[in-house]
Design a protein around this ligand. Structure first.
Ligand code: FDA
Length: 328
């Protein structure tokens, strides 16, 4: 996303006076609801479209380590529901909600506990990437857990950060083809000193990250709704010898099979965004995963997303006022 324009900034400035019911109304399409039952209902509905899922319990940075217990418990409930209903789903967690920013050792231990329990059920855990304060710590958690033999964990690398190609290479050096990255543009507006800031540069860098990850043998979740990123990724996959619908990874030496994953890549999109595009990719034989946030903190989540990156406000407003531009 590019720098925020005046319309985006005006919408964000209005968030303080937007009635709660209005924010609720707008966020309904992007958030499954406030309870786990709501997320289960959405998964049943979208399973019919051949999608698989990753579940996010809303809530981010905590202020006391005790608060991490809530997330651990809630993700245990999510796991139980995924298993009970037989969904093709995994978990997305915010490392700071597990305490990473308060105490790295305790945060790591909390995440380790969840990843270990998930491993018992062959379930994957994705560490969402937050802002640059925790990039190193988040990557370190993944490398540490892999070194301990917990390989059902990976993180997200943000195309906009200058460091990302190096991170892909460094992780390939450390954990080889066990690396499993979600590649996205990155939602946090980071300073020019560490990140690309123009729309074109962010798009190009995101595509370059997808390509580098595929070259390095990693599993890649291509997380974008941008035609430019998706088309360039499709071209790279074609050039790499991938055939959609065939469960064959053409790379040599052949990376390991990942449980609950496609051959070596998948497309990922947020709930409520560009459904027709996602269904079209699925119809072509590509694996598609929908990111499903739910939780009582839907209000804070919605407002925070707008504030973190005001260009989201324009997209949401466009989807609201011109629904044909973004059908769920
Ligand atoms: P872009 O913003 O250009 O959007 C392309 C088009 O998609 C828009 O023109 C619009 O039509 C539509 N669109 C996109 N967002 C929309 C919205 N909210 N409402 C309506 N329409 C919308 N970031 C991060 O920093 N850490 C993370 O862990 C993750 N995780 C993550 C998971 C998944 C599955 C996805 C898809 C994205 C993330 N992101 C993320 C967010 C990501 O970094 C990025 O901010 C958004 O995906 C928007 O970038 P696009 O590539 O979609 O392009």
């Amino acid at each position: 996303m590019a720098k925020a324009g005046p319309i985006s900034r005006a919408i964000v400035a209005m968030t303080g006076v937007m009635p709660r019911w209005f924010v609720r109304y707008i966020s309904r399409r992007y958030v499954a609801g406030s309870t786990l039952d709501d997320a289960v209902r959405v998964m049943h509905r979208l399973s019919e479209q051949g999608a698989c899922f990753t579940i996010d319990v809303l809530g981010e940075e905590i202020t006391t380590l005790d608060e991490a217990t809530y997330f651990l418990e809630e993700y245990r409930r999510v796991m139980a529901q995924i298993l009970e209903h037989g969904f093709d789903a995994n978990l997305s967690i915010k490392p700071t909600a597990f305490g990473l920013l308060i105490d790295e050792t305790v945060g790591l231990e909390n995440i380790r506990t969840l990843v270990r329990e998930a491993a018992e059920h062959d379930m994957f855990v994705r560490l969402d990437m937050e802002d640059h304060r925790v990039t190193d710590a988040t990557i370190d958690v993944v490398l540490t857990l892999h070194a301990e033999g917990l390989v059902n964990v990976g993180t997200v690398l943000q195309g906009r950060l200058h460091r990302t190609l190096d991170d892909i290479d460094r992780m390939a050096g450390a954990i080889g083809v066990g690396a499993d990255h979600r590649i996205c543009k990155g939602i946090y507006l980071e300073p020019e000193s560490i990140a690309h800031t123009s729309r074109q540069a962010i798009t190009d860098a995101t595509v370059a990250s997808v390509v580098r990850g595929l070259e390095q043998g990693a599993y890649i979740g291509i997380a974008s709704h941008d035609d430019a990123v998706i088309d360039a990724s499709l071209a790279a996959l074609k050039q790499g010898g991938w055939t959609p619908g065939e469960d064959v990874d053409p790379r040599q030496p052949s990376p390991p099979e990942r449980l609950g994953k496609g051959p070596g890549y998948e497309f990922q999109m947020l709930l409520g965004v560009r459904g027709p595009l996602r269904r079209g990719l699925r119809a072509q034989g590509h694996r598609t995963r929908v990111y499903i946030p739910y939780g009582e903190k839907w209000y804070e989540y919605s407002i925070r997303r707008l504030k973190e990156n005001p260009t989201v406000a324009t997209q949401v407003a466009k989807a609201f006022l011109m629904p044909w531009t973004n059908r769920p």
